[in-house]
Design a protein around this ligand. Structure first.
Ligand code: PRP
Ligand code: ADE
Length: 312
């Protein structure tokens, strides 16, 4: 079931540029891997051609014009060299396809990555989630998020933050940007939404000196709970919270990886407000574009802070 809500989004205003040491060389058209690949190709070709040309001294029959044999002699060293290298085990970083020598040689992947970096789209995926933003940290965060088409059901462009977690600097930058924003807002409770809000929430809570509250799916919490049901982009669900986890008047921040319809965040806000907390803001790493309305950002009267927007 899909519910449409009017949700506004704000993005980070923190934009001190910082080089991404851990980022891969996606912006370079020719990466070191490509150069290595070209050298191997050149060496293999020269070696093969030399063998054909001068091998006739030892094996006169080689000099006889036999195109098939000549091609074999030239290509075997190249294949042997490439097979011994990591080309076979490379994966295109933006799609789930395995990169093989025949499908996506390294140069192709660099071209692909470059197109993702510039937001021009990809020959492999129909859409790009790269936002055009001046802050290199946001660019790196956005670039590290993989988009998986038709997951978990056809038609959904799944924003996969597990690939962000593979990039420690981009992951840390995302957490730090939240910490910077909320450092002086007197937040006493950070409420993380199961499951992906648990990835970002605890680090933020610790840095802010706040407590962390897990908002969990049904029947996971052992204590007395209150529940709120909600609709999702695909299906419906329910969140639960321990009633004694938060005291009336506490200032709460709700954290999740992504806002799509806003149903999950609405349920989280309702839970916290039922317990008497004041929800200061909701924060997500990713906002889906359908939520952008008039450039201003509100969710049921609550502001939502979003680092990167998915474009598809
Ligand atoms: O804005 P909404 O339309 O409510 O959707 C956003 C929610 O959907 C995803 O979680 P999901 O429900 O898929 O659960 P999971 O994290 O356990 O996979 C995501 O992590 C958000 O919590
Ligand atoms: N498109 C999407 N990608 C990842 N998580 C989601 N939750 C709801 N919609 C989603």
């Amino acid at each position: 079931m899909r519910k449409s809500r009017q949700v506004y989004s704000v993005r980070s205003s923190n934009s001190s540029p910082e080089p991404d040491d851990n980022s891969e060389s996606t912006g370079d058209f020719i990466s070191p891997e490509d150069v290595q690949y070209l050298w191997q190709l050149l060496a293999g070709s020269i070696g093969g051609a030399t063998l054909v040309k001068y091998g006739s001294a030892l094996f006169p029959e080689i000099a006889k014009p036999n195109l098939l044999v000549a091609l074999l002699v030239i290509s075997v060293p190249v294949f042997v060299e490439l097979k011994s290298e990591k080309v076979e085990r490379e994966r295109c970083k933006r799609c789930t396809k395995k990169v093989s020598f025949f499908q996506f040689p390294p140069a192709f992947c660099s071209l692909y990555e470059a197109s993702m970096e510039t937001g021009e789209g990809s020959p492999l995926l129909p859409e790009s989630n790269v936002r055009k933003d001046g802050d290199p940290r946001l660019e790196a965060i956005s670039a590290a998020i993989r988009v998986v088409p038709h997951f978990p059901i056809p038609g959904i462009m799944f924003q996969d933050i597990t690939t962000l977690l593979l990039h420690p600097k981009a992951f840390k930058d995302a957490v730090d940007m939240f910490i910077d924003r909320y450092r002086d807002m007197h937040i006493s409770v950070v409420a993380g939404i199961e499951a992906r809000g648990f990835i970002f929430g605890p680090s933020i809570a610790l840095a802010l000196g706040a407590k962390f509250i897990p908002l969990r799916k049904p029947k996971k919490l052992p204590g007395e709970v209150i529940s709120e049901s909600y609709d999702l982009e695909y299906g419906s669900d329910c969140l639960e919270m321990h009633v004694d986890a938060v005291q009336p008047g506490e200032r709460a921040l709700v954290i999740d990886d992504l806002i799509a319809t806003g149903g999950t965040l609405c349920a989280a806000i309702r839970l916290l407000e039922r317990a008497g907390a004041e929800v200061v803001e909701c924060a997500c790493v990713i906002g889906l574009p359908e939520l952008k309305v008039n450039g201003r950002c509100r969710l049921n009267g609550k502001p939502v802070y979003i680092l990167v927007e998915s474009h598809f």
